[in-house]
Design a protein around this ligand. Structure first.
Ligand code: PBG
Length: 339
C-alpha cells in the first residue's frame, strides 16, 4: 500500500466500522495522525517608527504595526506562549523610500533596531527571522532594483540583498529569509555570511513564492500598496506551476538554504506536499495576509467560528507536511492550543 491507500486491503463492512474509533474524544486522540503545537508557529510582526506606538492595519483587523519597544513586548508574549520564532517586517515612511531602496542597508534601520532590541531582551528565548527583499524600502514597491523600463534586475539586486542580509546579521538576526525571488541570492548570501563570521545564521528561503493576489493587506501594512506599479510576475512564480517550484527548492537547497518556504499557504498545500515528498528538509508555509483577512471576514460575516477556522487551517498545513506555519493568527492560536 502506498501513502494514498493504493493497494489497500480492508475488512468489509460491518467487520470494519471506521466510526468505532471516532466515538469518543480519548479514542480520537489516540488515532490522531497530525499534531499542531505552538512550536509549529512563527508570528509575523510589523515594526513602525516611534515609541509606544500601535498603528492598526485597516485591511488586517486585529493586526497592528508596533514601535520597537512594543515589538519587544510582543516577542515576550510570543515566547511565553511557546512560539519559537517571530518574523519582522518594517513599515517605511514614504520619505525614507528611494529608487534603490538603500534604507535596507542602513545598520540603524527599523529591522536592525527591532532585531537587536528583541535579542537584548530575550536572548535565545526566541528566534528572530528577518525578511530580505527591497520592497519595503523602494519608492516603486518592487523587491529589487529596476531598469528604465521598470524590469527588476537580477544580479544587481542580489548584490544589494547580500548587503541587506549582512546588516541584519550584524544586528543579531537568527534566520535570514530572502523573499525576493531573485535567482542565485541564496548562494551569494550564504557565502557572504560565512566570510563575515556568521556561519551560524540560518537561511530560510522563500523558495516557492507565487505572484499572488493574496498579498494585498501586507502591502498596506508595509506601506507599499499605493506605490507599487504593475505586478511581480517577472520574478514571483506563476500560480499554475508546481514542477518549477521543485526546481526552485532544489536550487536554493544546493546553494545552502537550511529550510524552505512555500507561499501563499492554503491555496498551495499541494506544493507543500510535493516539496516535502521530494526533499527531506524542513518546509514552512506562509498563511499570508489575504488568507488571514479571509478568515476574519468569514468569522465577522457569521460564516464560521473564528477559533475553529484558525485551528483547522493551521492543522491542514501540518497534515500537508509543513514543519511550521507563518501566521498572523500565531499568538491567538498558541493561546488556544495552550488552553
Ligand atoms: C515582499 C513580501 C510580501 C509578503 C512577504 N514579503 C509581499 C509581496 O511579495 O508583494 C507577503 C506576506 C503577506 O501577504 O502576508 N518581499
Amino acid at each position: 500500500m502506498d501513502r494514498y491507500g493504493r493497494g489497500m486491503t480492508t475488512a468489509p463492512f460491518p467487520d470494519l466500522r471506521l466510526r468505532r474509533t471516532r466515538r469518543t474524544g480519548w479514542s480520537r486522540a489516540m488515532v490522531r495522525e497530525t499534531q499542531l503545537s505552538p512550536s509549529n508557529l512563527i508570528w509575523p510582526l510589523f515594526v513602525c517608527p516611534g515609541t509606544g506606538v500601535e498603528q492598526p492595519v485597516a485591511s488586517l483587523p486585529g493586526v497592528s504595526r508596533w514601535s520597537v519597544d512594543a515589538i519587544v513586548a510582543r516577542a515576550k508574549e510570543a515566547a511565553a506562549a511557546g512560539i519559537p520564532c517571530v518574523a519582522l517586517f518594517p513599515y517605511t515612511e514614504a520619505e525614507r523610500r528611494t529608487e534603490d531602496g538603500h534604507e535596507a542597508l542602513n545598520p540603524d534601520n527599523l529591522m536592525c533596531r527591532a532585531t537587536a532590541a528583541i535579542k537584548d531582551a530575550l536572548g535565545d528565548a526566541i528566534g528572530v527571522l528577518t525578511d530580505v527583499a527591497l520592497d519595503p524600502y523602494t519608492s516603486h514597491g518592487q523587491d529589487g532594483l529596476v531598469d528604465d523600463a521598470g524590469y527588476v534586475l537580477n544580479d544587481e539586486t542580489v548584490e544589494v540583498l547580500v548587503g541587506q542580509a549582512l546588516v541584519q546579521a550584524r544586528a543579531g538576526t537568527d534566520i535570514i529569509a530572502p523573499s525576493d525571488m531573485m535567482d542565485g541570492r541564496i548562494g551569494a548570501i550564504r557565502e557572504a555570511l560565512e566570510v563575515e563570521g556568521f556561519g551560524h545564521v540560518q537561511i530560510m528561503s522563500y523558495a516557492a513564492k507565487y505572484a499572488s493576489a493574496f498579498y494585498g493587506p501586507f502591502r498596506d501594512a508595509v506601506g507599499s500598496r499605493g506605490i507599487l506599479k504593475g505586478d511581480k510576475k517577472t520574478y514571483q512564480m506563476d500560480p499554475a506551476n508546481v514542477e518549477e517550484a521543485l526546481r526552485e527548492v532544489a536550487m536554493d537547497l544546493a546553494e545552502g538554504a537550511d529550510s524552505v518556504m512555500v507561499k501563499p499557504g492554503l491555496p498551495y498545500l499541494d506544493v507543500v506536499r510535493a516539496v516535502k515528498e521530494c526533499f527531506a528538509v524542513p518546509v514552512y508555509a506562509y498563511q499570508v495576509s489575504g488568507e488571514y483577512a479571509m478568515i476574519e471576514a468569514a468569522a465577522a460575516a457569521g460564516a464560521g467560528d473564528r477559533d475553529a477556522l484558525v485551528l483547522e487551517t493551521l492543522l491542514a498545513f501540518r497534515r500537508a507536511g509543513a514543519s511550521g506555519v507563518l501566521s498572523y493568527h500565531a499568538l491567538h492560536a498558541a493561546r488556544l492550543l495552550n488552553g
